[in-house]
Write a protein that binds this ligand. Structure first.
Ligand SMILES: Nc1ncnc2c1ncn2[C@@H]1O[C@H](COP(=O)(O)OP(=O)(O)OP(=O)(O)O)[C@@H](O)[C@H]1O
Length: 245
């Protein structure tokens, strides 16, 4: 099966010399891929590059078999994303916001908008102005917008930030349902390692802008390691390697 996303030696270095270097990664249909890494490692930079929010210095991004830059609209029509804190028009309601987002896609009905509001638990507050929402409510609305067009591939940056316990459970169930019943592919960057262990089939660790390790979660668990142990071990190896260099 062709990969959904393939990056080849993707590099973006900011003026302060931070960023990412040479990241080559493949996501296959149905993957739920967790991106882990310390603060400032380069996860958001990677997600911004693969959604065209910023341009790479070097490397190639192939999305649904097409070059991301040359065939941006064709590729992105199958992608839902939520990257960093979403910006909203504060004076409109959740319903109006999703209606607005729906205009970018064909065939988004009012019924579909109701459906996603129900899924993320926002149906009761759909007529309230966004300015009156809490951080978690805005996060749920951003998630609703990301899944609105039934995308084949969903990219989520810190999706559970600000969510309460109920919201986190809703999020986990939603990802499981979409991946198991619809075969949706996910790329999720998060520090919630226990969530990722339950959700993901594959994980990758980014440190100092480089993808230092990838693994199948089932292999880790079968070897008696938790994802947290694997992660800490990889970070320690990296530190050890740097110190002895
Ligand atoms: N626009 C920018 N200009 C300069 N440096 C930047 C810019 N955006 C990010 N960086 C730097 O690039 C590095 C990677 O940032 P990035 O936001 O990708 O990390 P992250 O892994 O998502 O971190 P976190 O887990 O804290 O969200 C950081 O050192 C950050 O300060």
């Amino acid at each position: 099966m062709d990969p959904i996303l393939e990056t080849h030696q993707l590099t973006k270095v900011y003026r302060n010399n931070r960023g990412i270097r040479d990241i080559s990664l493949q996501l296959h249909p149905g993957d739920v891929y967790g991106l882990l890494g310390p603060n400032g490692a380069g996860k958001t930079t990677f997600l911004k590059l693969i959604t065209g929010l910023i341009r790479a210095d070097q490397g190639k991004i192939t999305l649904f078999n097409g070059d991301l830059i040359d065939q941006f609209e064709e590729g992105m029509q199958h992608v839902g994303c939520m990257i960093e804190s979403a910006d909203f028009y504060d004076f409109i309601t959740a319903w109006q916001y999703l209606k607005l987002i729906g205009r970018f896609y064909p065939n988004i009905t009012d019924q579909r908008i109701t459906e996603v509001l129900e899924v993320v638990g926002m149906i009761q507050v759909r007529k309230d102005k966004i300015k009156n929402y809490s951080t978690g409510m805005k996060q749920k609305l951003a998630l609703a917008a990301a899944i609105l067009p039934n995308p084949k591939f969903v990219i989520l940056d810190e999706p559970t930030n600000g969510l309460d316990i109920e919201g986190t459970v809703m999020f986990r169930r939603l990802i499981k349902q979409l991946s198991e019943e619809h075969g949706t592919t996910f790329l999720i960057s998060s520090h919630m390692i226990h969530e990722l262990e339950q959700l993901c089939n594959r994980v990758g660790i980014i440190v100092d802008g480089q993808l230092i390790q990838e693994g199948h979660v089932s292999d880790l668990l079968a070897s008696g390691q938790s994802l947290e142990q694997f992660y800490i071990h990889e970070l320690d190896c990296r530190k050890g390697g740097k110190e002895s260099a």
